[in-house]
Design a protein around this ligand. Sequence first.
Ligand code: PCA
Length: 201
Amino acid sequence: MKTLLLTGFEPFLDFPINPTNQIVKELKSEELNGYRIEGRILSVDYNNSGREILEHIYEVEPDAVLSLGLAAGRYKITPERITINCNESNEKDNEGNTPDGDPIQKEGPDGLFSTLPIKRFVEDLQARGYPAEVSNTAGTYLCNHVMYQVLYHFHVNDQKVPAGFVHIPASHDLAVQHGKLPSWSQKDLTDAVKHIIQLLP
Ligand code: PCA
């Protein structure tokens, strides 16, 4: 059986719940599409999240990596097409860091494309009635950072492990606590991620 490394993030900024956390908890140790799922939660920390996910990759030796992040304010499930070699944020990470456009990897390429079948994810989700769209920017906060670190790792080691990132909207629980966010039920979020896993190569 193959292994999927499925990651989510801890809460951050003024979002007291991170629905990716719940998804990873629900799906960890499940078997889907020939993959046994290894779930891990990452910190929201420019200095550590990249190291954390690489440690999980060394430990789990996954056949595919699917990382999830909250995109509070987005209405749709948005598989990310590309990650850029840049850390920048006016808003603090959970350790107070606010990088100012620094490269993630000094010698790294400007951008790296997702190696997941993102178009198929979107077509499949839409056909099932879930709002979904390819996103052309993962931002420059922690989600972009983690996506870059993973794709760079497989790129420099010339490993053909399918990997990429999917942003998800807020859950109703988060929207109720926050007050100003479009949201989905936690069940729909988890089910949408299950459909995505079914399409992994
Ligand atoms: N979303 C943030 C970081 C953690 C998360 O779940 C992002 O989009 O960068």
